[in-house]
Ligand binder design. Structure first.
Ligand code: NAD
Length: 393
């Protein structure tokens, strides 16, 4: 079987789905790799490196799609609204596609993938179970974003992060407050700490206190009822407006005392809760910076605008989007590991084997044999649920 790696076409997306080091592992499993020439260039992986690892180079994008049994991408079809659907006519029946596909926001595009009789796997639907940890591209993205958020904050702050004792006097360290200590938040804590800031953090899941402390951060205790804050998969549950009101009230002082606030608080499938109001921004030290990593999910700060920088009362509020694309070398390396581990999970003796009793397969597989399989996408499209259909038969 041939695995095709086309060049990414989403504007500003410099990553590549498989890095040269990933080629060997796939070849070992009996797969051939075909790369669209130049696909790795912008991430720092020239064609020669792929050739050295035994990948074939295709002269055109059409050739990659035509000859490959499986296409691996970072952002494809629905996840690339301007250009992604142009690839549809290059695909052929039975071809498998593995990529971020943004299926829940672009359900219509999933229908088109089904009509083309593709086997489409959405990386964002990877179940967050221990077995799938090394395939979880969202965690990789969050890691990169958490790191980069701190660099952006440092770059925009009119202060230095570390304490310095110099002949010109002592420079006091910056104080950083990280809200939400999941994958991105923990990486932000570690990075801010390495840069020398005094780091505080808060999360509704009390279980993360130890992790925050192990990175040298101080966990803020708020007198909030958080017993019911975590679901059985370890994710935050939506807490209700009264809880968020109390949380904002209790955090006002902490937010006002810190120079940098990095927000990463999210609840799966829900709009991010507003944890910093415009009024709270007013109370912050002039020159302070908020980097809102929840910007794409609605933002944790009332004033955040996704993809923009807003200055209010001397406070800079940054809502960055697609940060991993700004660190394409390592973001690609991590994604390559995630997607190849996933592919190797699906491939048995050089063939793609689809076992729907396997949770990793059934959760990620969106379309097969002309049908949309994902229950949420079916619901959005108004297609009856599959189980119900079986009962009717
Ligand atoms: P996320 O991006 O959904 O949320 C980020 C953080 O925001 C979470 O820690 C959440 O508790 C927190 N949060 C939500 N509401 C908040 C509020 N009001 N105030 C403060 N914080 C709030 O989460 P994530 O980073 O993707 O992961 C969360 C958990 O899932 C972690 O424990 C992580 O280890 C686990 N996880 C497991 C796997 C796996 O096993 N394969 C993969 C990824 C993550």
């Amino acid at each position: 079987m041939i695995v095709g790696i086309p060049k990414e076409t989403f504007p500003g997306q410099k990553q590549v789905a498989i890095v040269p080091d990933g080629v060997a592992a796939l070849k070992k499993a009996g797969l051939e790799i075909m790369l669209e020439a130049g696909a790795g260039n912008e991430a720092g992986y020239p064609d020669e490196l792929y050739k050295e690892k035994g990948a074939q180079l295709a002269g055109s994008r059409a050739e990659v799609f035509q000859r490959s049994d499986i296409i691996l991408q970072v952002q494809a079809f629905g996840a690339n609204p301007e250009k992604g659907m142009e690839d549809l006519e290059l695909t052929h029946e039975g071809q498998a596609v593995v990529a971020f596909l943004d299926p829940l926001s672009t359900a219509e595009s999933v229908k088109k993938l089904a009509e083309r009789r593709l086997k489409a796997f959405a990386m964002e639907l990877m179940p967050r179970i221990t077995k799938a940890q090394s395939m979880d591209a969202l965690s990789s993205l969050a890691t990169v974003a958490g790191y980069k958020a701190v660099l952006i904050a440092a770059d925009n702050l009119p202060r230095m992060f570390p304490m310095m004792m110099t002949a010109a006097g002592t420079v006091s360290p910056a104080r950083a407050f990280v809200i939400g200590a999941g994958v991105a938040g923990l990486q932000a804590i570690a990075t801010a700490k390495r840069l020398g800031a005094v780091v505080l953090a808060y999360d509704v899941r009390p279980a993360v206190k130890e992790q925050v402390e192990s990175l040298g951060g101080k966990f803020i205790e708020l007198e909030l009822e958080t017993d019911e804050s975590e679901d059985k998969s370890g994710y935050a549950k939506a807490m209700g407006e009264e809880f968020y009101r109390k949380q904002r009230e209790m955090m006002t002082k902490v937010v006002a005392e810190n120079h940098v606030v990095i927000t990463t608080a999210a609840v799966p499938g829900k709009k991010a809760p507003i944890l910093i109001t415009a009024e709270m921004v007013k109370g912050m030290i002039p020159g302070s910076v908020i980097v809102d990593l929840a910007a794409e999910r609605g933002g944790n700060c009332e004033l955040t605008r996704a993809g923009e920088t807003v200055v209010s009362h001397g406070v800079t509020i940054i809502g960055p989007i697609n940060l991993p694309a700004t660190i394409p070398y390592h973001a690609s390396q991590m994604y390559s590991k995630n997607i190849s581990t996933f592919l190797l999970h699906l491939v048995k003796e050089g063939e793609l084997v689809i076992d729907l009793s396997d949770e990793i397969t059934s959760e990620t597989l969106l379309t097969m044999n002309g049908e949309v399989l994902n229950p949420l996408v079916r619901e959005i499209l108004g297609i009856p649920a599959l189980e119900k259909k079986k009962e009717e038969q």
